[in-house]
Design a protein around this ligand. Structure first.
Ligand SMILES: Nc1ncnc2c1ncn2[C@@H]1O[C@H](COP(=O)(O)OP(=O)(O)OP(=O)(O)O)[C@@H](O)[C@H]1O
Length: 615
């Protein structure tokens, strides 16, 4: 596997650098494996049961009382049936005992089925709450969080890791409590019935716990390994599917298949190892149980011989012992459930504890309707420490002005607009809108007044209508259509099979680039933001669509501030201010004519563009 990854690196395939980055992240998770068993995680998980304690408590109490009473009473009745009715040849008494036992078995069965139904109902609610909390939290995390994590790994936590807790919550937690109560009940009764015999049997329990303890950490590590490998597979799968076009275009399918096969095989092996270790738990209990039973019959028969106990009592003991190992065995199985749940909850809470780096102040104010005075005040920003992406940017924008950001790739254009939306905070300096520092205002009041049209328009699965309405969810159908008409999207929409109600496939793959652009314009127009950010598409489209897009742009930009990461000369030329960036610094600033007269960087850029178009 190592050899393969080296081979892939040599290929210089850009998607691989991403993969290596992802793997670095996942390996760092592996290093966490040796961490001690953390009870606070379990307590935190148990907190999710809290809202349901009023519903749960009566069930647990009733089940415990019924379960304990019936379980504990039946062997006693059996012993009496043997000693008094069977050995005393009393048929009527025997019928009474047998009848009572049958009733108790019935009660036990009813209680168990009710408990199973009820606990799985509450378990589902808890899982629902946990998944919701996690999703809600992830929605609020800053861009920086997603910068360093592959989408697949985020996905796994919301799906697999939450599912892994399902068993624990649907049955496990309540069973655990009930088993513990039953176990204690049995121990007390055994000790009361015959102290010496009980002690001789119970002595085997510490032995079992000692051996199981030594197995414990190995099982835990094995399950963590399984989770981590699954996370890696999912991350890779997600990346492979998203990048399938690149993979096929560069004929890397076989390489990709080999790589996946290695991962898949690794996953299978780690799963096997975990299961094998896990399965050793059951036999261990059985061996201990066999030792206990041997002691019971060996020592018990001696006690019967010496008339210290009756035959019925020995049978009752044997019965209790059967009931005794059962909860212990279940606790062993539960232990595995808890381990899996621990590994998952660790990963879930790691995300939950991730604080959004961009945070609202407690006393943040609502940004009043934006007039449009925007100021970047000596901004320094870095995505990674020591590598500044912006190095002291100062920029003043007046009401209603449009700003064209131009410059080479990586010069910092997107970073400027990222800071304007407060997706990140500057390391130094301030961004001000109408005199308000963005760090002092509420995020929703800022972002609801800033509209973004990305170059790669994101189309969600749903209808065309839904996609435009994403700009303002409460907009009526008429408003959606009016926005589509204003940006010349209406014509192509009505020609689609179901018009506005046409279902677009995920990511809008059935729509052309130009059509997707027009949809995103309609979405932005509907939102009617005070500040519009537009990342102009670089791909060339046919002249007719181009004309439509230019006209749509005019409608979209009218009466608001705009920041355009501009690639088309026509857009750049009509901007009020052109800002030329170079390596995170402003090299030139002014109108098209002013900058041309300067004969500086901008002049060079425009000349290069003309030469390119002429060639
Ligand atoms: N999420 C990120 N994590 C780390 N570095 C980043 C990140 N995004 C951008 N950078 C770096 O910051 C610098 C500025 O990037 P930015 O995206 O602002 O450039 P740009 O001018 O918009 O480029 P392009 O025209 O190619 O979109 C670049 O050196 C880039 O490598």
């Amino acid at each position: 596997m190592r050899q393969k990854s080296r081979r892939r690196k040599r290929g210089g395939w850009s998607i691989m650098s991403n993969q290596n980055r992802n793997q670095r992240f996942i390996y760092s998770e592996d290093e966490e494996m040796e961490k001690a068993f953390d009870w606070s995680q379990l307590r935190r998980l148990a907190g999710y049961l809290k809202p349901y304690r009023r519903q749960l408590l009566p069930v647990i109490l009733v089940m415990m009382i019924l379960g304990a009473l019936t379980k504990l009473a039946i062997p006693l009745l059996l012993s009496m049936a043997i000693d008094k009715a069977l050995l005393g040849n009393d048929g009527n008494l025997l019928a009474v005992y047998v009848g009572t036992m049958l009733v108790l078995y019935g009660v036990q069965w009813a209680a168990n089925s009710y408990r199973t139904r009820y606990t799985s109902l509450i378990g589902q609610k808890v899982i629902h709450d946990l998944r919701f909390d996690l999703f809600k939290h992830i929605q609020q995390l800053s861009f920086r969080f997603f910068d360093k994590r592959p989408a697949g790994s985020v996905l796994v936590r919301v799906t697999n890791d939450v599912n892994a807790l399902q068993d624990l919550f649907t049955n496990g937690a309540v069973n655990l409590m009930i088993d513990c109560v039953q176990l204690s009940g049995i121990i007390v009764i055994l000790l009361m019935l015959n102290f010496k015999l009980a002690l001789a049997i119970i002595i085997t329990v510490p032995l079992m716990f000692f051996v199981s303890h030594t197995l414990r950490s190995r099982i835990r590590r094995a399950w963590q390994e399984v989770r981590s490998r699954q996370s890696r597979i999912n991350a890779h799968l997600n990346e492979s599917i998203q990048g399938i076009r690149v993979t096929q275009a560069f004929v890397q399918e076989n390489n990709n298949i080999d790589y996946f096969s290695d991962m898949n095989e690794g996953n299978r092996k780690s799963w096997n190892k975990a299961i094998t270790l896990n399965m050793s738990f059951g036999p261990l209990i059985e061996v201990t149980a066999a030792v206990g039973t041997f002691i019971l019959f060996w020592y018990g028969s001696k006690l019967v011989e010496s008339n210290a106990i009756t035959v019925g009592l020995l049978v009752a003991f044997a019965n209790y012992i059967g009931n005794f190992w059962e909860p212990i065995n279940r606790l062993g199985a539960m232990y595995q459930q808890v381990l899996v749940a621990m590994a998952s909850s660790e990963r879930i809470f790691e995300f939950m504890d991730e604080k959004p780096i961009v945070q609202e102040k407690k006393n943040a104010i609502t940004l009043p309707p934006v007039q449009g005075r925007i100021r970047f005040d000596n901004i320094v920003f870095e995505y990674e420490e020591g590598r500044p992406a912006l190095k002291g940017i100062s920029l003043d924008v007046k009401e209603g002005q449009s700003i064209a950001l131009v410059g080479h790739t990586g010069s910092g254009k997107s970073t400027i607009v990222n800071l304007l939306c407060r997706f990140y905070d500057p390391v130094r300096g301030r961004v001000l809108i109408d005199g308000h520092d963005l760090r002092d205002v509420r995020l929703d009041s800022l972002r609801s007044q800033v509209g973004i049209v990305m170059q790669d328009t994101f189309i969600f699965s749903g209808t065309i209508m839904d996609n435009i309405r994403f700009g303002r969810l409460e907009a009526t159908d008429e408003e959606v259509m009016a926005a589509a008409k204003a940006v010349h999207a209406h014509d192509f929409i009505v020609k689609l099979q179901n018009g506005y109600h046409t279902e677009v496939e995920e990511r809008g793959s059935m729509l052309s680039m130009g059509q997707r652009q027009l949809l995103s314009f309609a979405r932005a127009l509907l939102a009617n933001p005070r500040i519009l950010i537009l990342d102009e598409a670089t791909a060339s489209i046919d002249t007719e669509t181009e004309v439509k897009i230019q006209e749509a742009l005019k409608t979209l930009l009218a009466g608001r501030n705009s920041f355009i990461i501009a690639h088309r000369l026509s857009t750049i030329r009509s901007a009020d201010q052109i800002v030329v960036l170079d390596h995170g610094q402003i090299k030139e600033q002014g109108s098209h004519d002013e900058l041309l007269n300067n004969q500086g960087v901008y002049h060079g850029l425009i000349e290069a563009q003309f030469r390119f178009m002429a060639s």
